[in-house]
Design a protein around this ligand. Structure first.
Ligand SMILES: [Zn+2]
Length: 149
């Protein structure tokens, strides 16, 4: 049974070092197939192998070789790491959003406060005008009564 990955968008940038997770492609450009070990030390243990190495029956070469169980453990580790990363990012986004909202609220509060103050001083100014008009009117009335009286 072979399980050839058809994901051709995956590049072979992983280099000759041990790839992390389930290998998609060997560094040589060949695909990966999964085989079952017949060795005495690892009987029936599944592994991933470079197709080229299998076709040419290579041994002790640098082409991809990886135990399936180890690859899965790797994959889970990678996923866990990604998860932790995502959680961290989410937390950062939340903090950023909180900071942003706080900023907006503070700005709004300040603007409202300023507007209220403006309104108050405007009201005070018009109140003053009315007072001046009233004082003049009273003075005229007093003058008139004195003139008439
Ligand atoms: Zn290879």
């Amino acid at each position: 049974m072979s399980n050839v990955s058809s994901n051709s968008t995956e590049s072979s940038l992983q280099g000759r070092g041990r790839a992390i997770g389930v290998p998609k492609r060997c560094w040589c450009g060949e695909g990966i197939i999964s085989l079952i070990s017949k060795s005495d030390s690892n009987p029936y243990r599944r592994y991933y192998r470079c197709q080229f190495a299998v076709a040419n029956k290579l041994r002790n070469d640098e082409h991809t070789f990886k135990w399936v169980d180890e690859a899965f453990v790797n994959e889970i580790d990678t996923l866990n790491a990604k998860n932790a990363d995502l959680e961290k990012q989410l937390k950062e986004i939340r903090t950023e959003r909180f900071e942003f909202e706080k900023m907006v609220y503070e700005k709004m509060e300040k603007e409202i406060f300023e507007k209220v103050e403006d309104g108050l001083s405007e009201a005070k100014a018009s109140h003053k005008k009315i007072m001046i008009v009233l004082v003049f009117f009273c003075m005229i009335m007093i003058g008139l009564t004195k003139l008439l009286g």
